[in-house]
Design a binder for this molecule. Sequence first.
Ligand SMILES: [Zn+2]
Length: 498
Amino acid sequence: MNMMKWTLGPALLALSQLAAAKPVNNTKPLVNDKALQDAIKVENLYKHAENLQAIAYSTPGRNRVAGSTGHDLTVEYITEQLNALDGYYDVELQPWEGYTQTYEEISFTVNGVVYEAQVVEYSSNLTATDVPLVVVPNLGCDATDFPSTVSGSVALVHRGSCTFAIKSQNAKAAGAIGVIFWNNENAGVVAGTYGGILDDAVPGGGITQADGEALVALSSNTTLTTSLEIATVIELVQSNNVIATSKYGSPDNILFLGAHSDSVAAGPGINDDGSGTIGILETAIQLAKYSTKAQVKFGWWTAEESGLLGSTYYVESLSDEELLKIRLYLNFDMIASPNYILGHYDGDGSEFGETGPAGSAEAEHLFEEYYESNGLNHTATEFNGRSDYGPFLDAGIPSGGLDAGADEVKTQEWVDQFGGTLGAILDPNYHSAEDDVANLNEFCFGVMSKGIAHAVATYGASGFEGFPERETAAKRSVGEGTKAKPTHKYPYRFPTIL
Ligand SMILES: [Zn+2]
């Protein structure tokens, strides 16, 4: 989408500046907080949700995964809604192409006992029946770590020190046909990635630390025999980000709001992240009655579920100069979870110790005050970069957002604050076929969508006056933090390379 930047000659550039200077219809009133919040109606949010679900169910996959018809139709839906607003927004599609793993299945059995396992991302397929499982001493980062008995066998390798890819390449060089990685921390089944398709690696899976230790102990007095089956589908897909830019407000002071437009393959993704997609879409629609001092931009990111691929691509496509114009990025990923919390990213680091660049704390405080002014309890959630604000943070852009919860387990403290089910995860239908319209919590959806409108109205009207100036370098700090991190049902949202 930056092709223009390189091909415009001086004459054309002057023309484009003339075009930009042409006054837009300035008769619209400046955005008003209460009016914009009041314009966000739960019925409209649900109408969009029904439409996204109908889109998913109209396709064979019954999902909206990046690269699928369901996702393409989602992009078309968002674009049509925005283009119906009398040209209030410039709506652009940014094409993206990449490999995503659209299917995975693993079965790992040792001496007749089935172990919980997860496929290493970008693993190829394997069917191995009754072959030896050989424990590899050390960490498998050196070719010499692998005993000759590994040939024709599945290698059992400890996680740590070097990438899964290196360990797998060493295993293949030693003649192994597959590899199982056991975790080096008590954080569930290890979800690794090879970081791309590798010809010189063997198929791989991950298991827990406890299972790995038990198998190593067992191997000292028993011969281990395994059956390992791994099936994946990895596809090169073409997809699009949608970027909508308001024609109002200062293009040097941009408020950017984002949500991901794709679902996982398992289901229609109506809470994850249909809810965030809809929350910012309905806000964009209602904003079109008003003018703003800050320019407001919206991004609907593709391939978030494959590792923030669309948003990363977008951020990398901007020049340093363009990045500096973004005063704040706000992210909305799952804002209607059935066993919800009223969360806001911990931008000031007061709970989990990790702050964002200057401005992130202010964004968090805006949402805290929003909840409090409505007499609502609220809680900070980990500012760990595991959604589309990650690449913006990496580029030094202050970030914030609302979060109703994914696979975190509900604590007593959260039950006291928000009600709901103790010990259940915040979205029990997370990444499943049941993440449909019935999965949405209406109250939470309304509160958080109005919270989006509040942020847009506040920064839109102030033009970021009094807001911290942009810093040129990313400044995150890691401090103490007072709160224990929540327990997740799944150990990692995205596969890790180490
Ligand atoms: Zn999501």
